[in-house]
Design a protein. Structure first.
Length: 555
């Protein structure tokens, strides 16, 4: 015995322990399946570290290998944990009662552009709170709601989980601007207050059908500046620095009659007549007091002017006191959109990049209006193509050379169904489901069928829409990369070969240098190297072992 190498003794002991562990797990699985009377398909949808047989414990829920929930259970129902979307991102973290949300946080996510992504080999998202508060029957009851930039926009009560209903507070750029009663998401009847920044009251009184009806208005120093009775009065409103922004007549709780509007530095912006809250007759000015538009009986060529940049960012036809007809939107002097508007919303037209090339033409639904700028407040630059497309409904996309890239329909601005092209030639007929490629017929340059993706499953090739070079080739399951696959760089060189799960590198994988030499061989988890690995130089000489040694074990 004394001549036996200790290494072999360790291996024998470890082998014995491992066999006992496997036997224990096997017995556990059989007991669990018999106890809960599970069939094999349901059993695949649930995985847990342990389950106490009275329905209490910690576990995970899956759907077709996609993680939906992980957390605690009691009496067989969720009590606390996290819910996930199809991409593996947390969408809710909190408490449950009878399996439904009662208290917690909802999350929003924005797809980062390639220039902002730290790792281009996986999806990168900017994640913000979407909602934080209490739930009833799984729907929002009371709490805070956030915009896509993570800023609070509302705090208060909800009805059926969606519309602002009841007592609440409204915010703008994280500033508290209104407190009162809401109905179907709008300020409504009852007593309310409006605020400047720093919680200084600008109006306090009664509202009727969402309009100021009886009450008093104040300047920034707290002095009474106007009073309304039955929706009528002479109103003066101020910017947060105390400069007058509006003075004019109110009737029926809105602007009616002669009025003046001012820029933030006190220069005259508009002088004329309002009718039912709309500019009807009058003239608009720039910061040099030049007339830039004129309205007569609710008609004219209307312009929206940026005082600080000294430039127009919208001009178009004005009919019946609203933007109706043809119009153009600009950003820093560059034409970004040209098309048709109806009641302030664009309904069809063309989008342009900063060089003036058409990147989209088609139809829109539920547009944000002419004031919405193509500006990314997160990164302080002109928004990328995906930010400009949120209201697309149907149309065509083009690359920087004017070649058709996509033609079809959109849902919430995302591709839904249509045809994809490379260098102007049809590449695929494609249908999306939950924003994933679901049914695809791929063609070669002679329009012969190369492959088909049916119900999100099959072998697929992905190409760069600009260059036409292959980016990925491999197995798809449920509309995402699942199984074995390969990635290629912009020149068509193999850069990765390995396993995927839910669209990310997961399992064993190899990376390659552009010359084809092996760069690394390692374990991956959620798109990143996690576990044992080996790296090589370009001459296939070993330079590192055990890159990251994180052991992830789940019984």
């Amino acid at each position: 015995m004394k001549h036996i190498n200790s290494k072999y003794i360790f291996q024998i002991i470890f082998s014995f322990i491992n066999q006992k562990r496997k036997l224990k797990i096997s017995k556990y699985n059989k007991i669990l399946q018999n106890k809960l009377d599970l069939n094999i398909n349901f059993y695949k949808k649930f995985s847990g570290r342990y389950i106490i047989y009275d329905g209490k414990g910690i576990g995970k829920e899956y759907n077709n290998d996609l993680l939906l929930f992980e957390g605690e259970y009691l009496n067989g129902e969720r009590t606390k944990g996290k819910e996930y979307d199809f991409y593996g991102n947390v969408i809710f973290d909190g408490e449950f009662l009878n399996g439904q949300r009662t208290k917690g946080k909802e999350f929003n996510r924005i797809l980062a552009s390639k220039g902002e992504s730290l790792n281009l080999k996986r999806r990168e998202f900017i994640v913000f709170f979407k909602f934080e508060g209490e739930f009833s029957n799984g729907k929002r009851k009371n709490g805070k709601e956030y915009d896509k930039n993570g800023k609070v926009i509302y705090e208060g009560d909800y009805l059926d989980g969606e519309k602002w209903n009841g007592k609440g507070k409204k915010y703008e750029d994280d500033n508290f601007i209104f407190e009162g009663e809401f109905l179907n998401g709008k300020q409504w009847n009852g007593i309310g207050k409006e605020y400047y920044i720093f919680d200084k009251v600008s109006f306090e009184g009664e509202y009727k059908n969402g309009k100021k009806w009886n009450g008093k208005g104040y300047d920034i120093d707290g002095n009474i500046s106007y009073e309304l009775k039955e929706g009528k009065g002479l109103v003066k409103q101020y910017y947060c620095d105390g400069i007058l922004s509006y003075e004019g007549e109110y009737l029926n709780g809105e602007k009616n009659g002669y009025a003046k509007e001012y820029f933030e530095r006190g220069d005259l912006a508009f002088e004329g007549e309002y009718k039912n809250g709309k500019k009807w007759n009058g003239k608009g000015y720039d910061n040099k007091n030049n007339v830039i538009y004129e309205l007569n009986d609710g008609k004219g060529i209307f312009k929206i002017y940026d005082y600080y940049r000294d430039m127009i960012y919208f001009e178009g036809e004005y009919i019946n006191g609203e933007i109706n007809g043809k119009g153009k939107k600009y950003f820093y002097g560059n034409l970004r959109f040209e098309g048709e508007f109806f009641k302030r919303q664009k309904i069809r037209g063309k989008e342009f990049d900063s060089s003036g090339k058409v990147i989209f033409e088609g139809e829109y639904l539920n547009d944000d209006g002419p004031e919405a700028e193509p500006f990314d407040s997160i990164n302080n630059n002109i928004q990328k193509n995906e930010y400009l497309s949120e209201n697309r409904c149907k149309g065509k996309e083009y690359d920087s050379n004017g070649n058709l890239m996509f033609e079809g329909e959109y849902r919430k601005g995302k591709k839904y169904m249509g045809k994809e092209y490379i260098n102007g030639k049809i590449k695929s007929m494609i249908e999306y489901k939950n924003y994933k490629k679901w049914n695809v017929i791929e063609y070669d340059e002679n329009e012969n069928i190369l492959y088909k993706l049916i119900n999100g499953n099959g072998i697929i090739k992905e190409y760069n829409s600009e260059t036409g070079t292959i980016e990925f080739e491999g197995e798809y399951l449920n509309g995402e990369r699942n199984g074995k696959g390969k990635e290629f760089d912009q020149y068509g060189n193999l850069i990765f070969e390995g396993e995927y799960l839910n669209g990310e590198r997961n399992g064993i994988g190899k990376e390659f240098y552009p010359n084809g030499a092996l760069l690394s061989e390692a374990e991956y988890f959620h798109g990143q190297k996690n576990g044992k690995g080996i790296e090589y130089n370009e001459y296939n000489s070993l330079i590192m072992v055990n890159i990251i040694n994180i052991i992830i074990m789940e019984i």
